[in-house]
Design a protein around this ligand. Structure first.
Ligand code: HEC
Length: 100
């Protein structure tokens, strides 16, 4: 069983549970309409920093997930925990980093 979990973990790069296609579409829409209003139309950076793969490559997933889940106090970056759960945010960080 442990081996099976490990294999699943490797083959899906440890994404706990990928959101349903419907949720993926909703999250991508939010990214385009809402996140992009601060991070730039192509997420190239505007009022908020770039969220493109090259900008995120050196940044730890856990830090990025925490930033989206909890927001950053004292900045315009708010918490999105009311809109996405941790699995969804983990998936989102994956697509941001891969540019997919
Ligand atoms: C109201 C403007 C605003 C909106 C909307 C917004 N952000 Fe941000 N975001 C920021 C700012 C400003 C920062 C930088 C905070 C700081 O100074 O540390 C930031 C930081 C981040 C970071 C950390 C980047 C890094 O290089 O450390 C991530 C990841 C991020 N935002 C993702 C998102 C996502 C995903 C959404 C949509 C769900 C979103 N943001 C919506 C303003 C915004």
């Amino acid at each position: 069983m442990k081996k099976l979990l490990l294999l699943l973990c490797i083959s899906s790069s440890c994404l706990a549970a990928e959101p349903t296609m419907g949720r993926q579409t909703e999250i991508r829409t939010m990214l385009k309409n809402t996140c992009a209003s601060c991070h730039g139309a192509n997420l190239q950076g505007a009022m908020g920093p770039s969220l493109q793969p090259t900008a995120l490559a050196s940044k730890a997933d856990a830090m990025l997930i925490d930033t989206i889940y909890n927001g950053r106090k004292g900045t315009m970056m708010m918490s999105w925990k009311a809109s996405m759960n941790q699995d969804e945010i983990t998936w989102l960080v994956g697509i941001l980093k891969s540019g997919k």
